[in-house]
Design a protein around this ligand. Structure first.
Ligand code: 3PG
Length: 393
């Protein structure tokens, strides 16, 4: 893919696809990470004298103008993160945009309204892409986290203008390639989360790529139950027992070691701070459910990751949002941070994972934490991301 290295942008109208899809609660942005991660590309383009025109979707307005999904407040927050005034136009095509762009001076930054207000965005409509493309002379994609969508402003427009990867896109691709493309070995993965069904493609791909696969979260229950463990009231997917056995067999054929829980922290109710008990993973009492992996499992995982040169982490080990079931995830996070300090490459991603790493306070200590959710997952599943593929075409 083409980066911004050596590209002349001074005086050019640059359409910058960003991912301004930030979490919003009661009209307030609750996490600025995506804006902070985007800012180096804007600072660089603007500093080199480009006219930076920012495009993004926001939420899922289904092709209609929905005022609560306007990018206006996000543009204001972006201005605060950048510490400068930036413009906003309440459309992404048409006369008002053309006028605002014509008035831009070199170095100016202008945010356009939510591209998903037009149905043509998600339909990857060439007509919409063409209308938007008329506002720029080149296209820079910095929205790795939306690159799994083949939309007008992530894919279609890259065919109409000279197209480049922005610095955040570049950082994401470099980190993911280091983790799974050509990793330093041994390489391991920790996969947690509640369902095997949503991570089937992920597991199937990982067992062909990694030397060690740690399975945690409720999805481990399905694997254990498939081998005859008693799991009481624990969440699991009986319909996937055969699939779980197939994955185990395929892993063995690929020399991928699978590490499953050997003990659990269980409780009779799923609530904050209930009475808990540590039990063997094979024998959860009939009236109890597994809500976190136990201390012996955590010890085993921490021992196992010590010999890794690369680790990729997607999904918590337990129900980390409800105390005390964050314990294993927090202990593991501390161990991952320590291993990273001693030279292991550690890459994490996915919405829940980032929240857990944040709670553990180790985001800065990981080698890289992806700002992507769905795109990170699809990339780890081994799928080509349309927004990335078009930059390498
Ligand atoms: C995300 O937040 O993961 C991206 O912005 C993609 O959003 P989407 O799932 O609505 O396409």
């Amino acid at each position: 893919y083409r980066t911004l290295d050596g590209v002349a942008v001074a005086g050019k109208r640059v359409l910058l696809r960003a991912d301004l899809n930030v979490p919003l609660r009661d009209g307030r942005i609750t996490d600025l990470t995506r804006l902070e991660r985007l800012s180096p590309t804007i600072v660089e383009l603007s500093g080199k004298g480009a006219k930076v025109i920012v495009l993004s979707h926001f939420d899922r307005p289904q092709g209609k103008r929905v005022e609560s999904m306007s990018l206006r407040p996000v543009a204001a927050a972006l201005g605060e993160v950048l510490g400068r005034a930036i413009g906003f136009v309440d459309d992404c095509v048409g006369e008002p945009v053309a006028r605002a762009v014509a008035a831009m001076r070199n170095g100016d930054v202008l945010v356009l309204e939510n591209t998903r207000f037009y149905a043509g965005e998600e339909a990857n409509d060439v007509a919409l892409a063409t209308l938007i493309a008329t506002h720029g002379e080149m296209f820079v994609n910095d929205a790795f986290s939306a690159a799994h969508r083949a939309h007008a402003t992530t894919e279609g427009i890259a065919r109409l203008l000279p197209a480049y990867a922005g610095r955040l896109m570049q950082a994401e691709l470099d980190a993911l390639n280091a983790a799974l493309g050509t990793p330093a070995r041994p390489v391991g993965a920790i996969v947690g989360g509640s369902k095997v069904s949503t991570k089937l493609d992920l597991l199937t791909n990982l067992i062909t790529k990694v030397d060690l696969l740690v399975i945690g979260g409720a999805m481990a229950n399905t694997f254990l139950a498939a081998q005859g463990a008693e799991l009481g009231k624990s969440l699991q997917e009986p319909a996937l027992h055969q699939t779980a056995r197939d994955i185990m067999a395929a892993a063995a054929a690929h020399d991928c070691q699978i590490l499953l829980p050997v003990d659990f922290v269980v409780s009779e109710t799923f609530a904050a701070n209930p009475a808990t008990q540590v039990v063997p993973a094979q024998a959860v009492p009939a009236n109890a459910m597994a809500l976190d992996v136990g201390p012996a499992t955590t010890d085993a995982i921490i021992q196992a990751i010590k010999r890794l040169k690369t680790l990729i982490w997607n999904g918590p080990l337990g129900a980390f949002e409800t105390p005390p079931f964050e314990a294993a995830t927090m202990r593991l996070a501390a161990a991952v941070a320590a291993a990273t300090d001693s030279g292991m490459i550690s890459v994490g991603g996915g919405g829940d994972t980032v929240a857990a790493l944040k709670q553990a306070g180790i985001i800065e200590r990981m080698t890289y934490v992806s700002s992507a959710g769905g795109a990170f997952l699809e990339w780890m599943e081994g799928k080509a991301l349309p927004g990335v593929a078009v930059l390498t075409a």
